[in-house]
Design a protein around this ligand. Structure first.
Ligand code: HGY
Ligand code: MN
Ligand code: MN
Length: 422
């Protein structure tokens, strides 16, 4: 009897990527959906963080958490000033509910492999090279995206962030404490930020532009402005069987109308609007709901279009609430302004990557948020995207081939070598 043939590849980097990827593959994966449940500070995310620490220490990197739970693994060769601004790369481990495995972890695994590549070539950086893992990038547990980088940079206050709750009512402070972190240390960290000279985040592409362009990697030009709004619809809970249709004040109707309005307004404006999460009270088959909360994720190419979209959705919700005898309140939960990545840095990285990989290196905008977008307000920042053959993201089908992931590692290594060289 023979077992399955071993996977062989002529490219050793592809094999190294596969070996590391396999170590993470089972952590927090739901066997039913095939998606990941790696919420910030959960057991699954903590296991990923332990894996990161082990892998970084194995490479001789000094790993330190900051007060916000972000992890920093520093490569500081002898003779290099540890206080010098570092070339920082990394991403996040946390996922959206039942998300793909690549969004976030690909940037961290690629960063560690890029360090290996550079060392193998005998490259010694002239300044520190740091691999970072940010906490709660998706806002999948506590609602506010890029929580770790926002806290680091002072984009959100510790007081506000620590009081955010998950769906079980657990606060950020409680989750940190349960994981052995001290919430009293959370907040802006100007010392760590001063040691970030430049930040490069590698990320799986969340669309099909690179597929259509036939390129394994690209670089980012900008991020669309976007945000999250909680729509609170209130009506009157009552009996589903006995309440006459004319007597109802059903907030689900107002919500349903608003979902359709958000879709229509986004199409009209060339923007994106999604209501992908609702919470219904009491959530019973035979009861008219008393309250529905729905979360609007809205994104557009510029601030004006985004404001127009959100205003239009709010106006339609309010008009429909009058018809239904319900009430609606629109509460902004998070706000991510437009980001233009540093054009000189982006050009420089595209040139460095282009010298290593055959073909063009496309420059692409994205409508997805990233810690890189937060850091871009403070330090020169750039992003490298790796082709995603399905284009799907935030869902189990998110994918990148091992060959393209290896190309991503080479692209990142080229960028780091260029930025950390003499
Ligand atoms: O939701 C987003 O844009 C991101 O992927 N965090
Ligand atoms: Mn994401
Ligand atoms: Mn991400």
């Amino acid at each position: 009897m023979t077992g399955p043939a071993p996977v062989t590849t002529a490219d050793p980097l592809v094999g190294r990527f596969r070996a590391m990827w396999t170590q993470l593959a089972g952590i927090g994966r739901d066997p039913g959906t095939g998606g990941y449940l790696r919420y910030a500070w959960s057991a699954a995310e903590l296991t990923c963080r332990e894996w990161f620490t082990t892998e970084a220490v194995r490479r001789g990197l000094a790993v330190r958490p900051d007060g916000n739970g972000n992890l920093w693994a520093d490569w500081i060769p002898s003779g290099v000033d540890p206080a010098a601004p570092a070339v920082v790369t990394g991403s996040h481990f946390d996922s959206v509910p039942h998300g793909g495995g690549y969004d976030g972890p690909l940037g961290i695994v690629s960063a560690l492999l890029a360090v290996d590549e550079l060392r193998e070539r005998g490259f010694t950086p002239a300044r520190p090279v740091t691999v970072a893992a940010f906490v709660e990038e998706e806002g999948g547990r506590f609602g506010l995206a890029c929580l770790g980088s926002r806290l680091l940079t002072g984009g959100v206050s510790a007081q506000y962030a620590l009081a955010l709750t998950d769906s079980d009512g657990v606060t950020v402070a409680e989750a940190m404490r349960a994981a052995g972190a001290d919430p009293a240390a959370a907040g802006p960290d100007p010392d760590r930020l001063a040691r970030v000279g430049v930040f490069v985040e590698l990320h799986v592409e969340q669309g099909r532009a690179l597929v259509d362009l036939g390129a394994p990697v690209g670089v980012a030009s900008m991020i669309w402005p976007h945000g999250r709004w909680r729509l609170e619809f209130t009506g009157a809970g009552d009996h589903a069987g006995t309440t006459r249709m004319v007597d109802r004040r059903d907030p689900m109707l107002t919500c349903a109308h608003t979902v359709l309005a958000a879709d229509a307004q986004a199409r009209r404006l060339g923007a994106h609007a999604t209501i992908g999460r609702v919470a219904v009270r009491p959530n019973a088959t035979n009861a008219i709901p008393a309250q529905v909360h729905a979360w609007l994720d809205a994104r557009a190419a510029d601030d004006t279009a985004l404001a127009t979209l959100v205003e239009a959705v709010g106006a339609e919700a309010a008009a429909r609430a009058r018809v239904d005898g319900t009430a609606v309140a629109v509460v902004r939960e998070s706000d991510s302004p437009p980001v233009a990545f540093d054009p000189d840095l982006t050009d420089r990285i595209a040139t460095a990557v282009g010298a290593q990989l055959p073909g063009v290196v496309p420059v692409l905008p994205t409508a997805a948020g990233h810690d890189a977008g937060v850091l871009a307000g403070h330090v020169p920042t750039a992003m490298i995207f790796v082709r995603n053959p399905t284009g799907v993201s935030h869902a189990p089908n998110e994918h990148a081939t091992d060959d393209d992931c290896a190309a991503g590692v080479r692209a990142l290594a080229a960028a780091l070598a260029d930025l950390a060289g003499e």
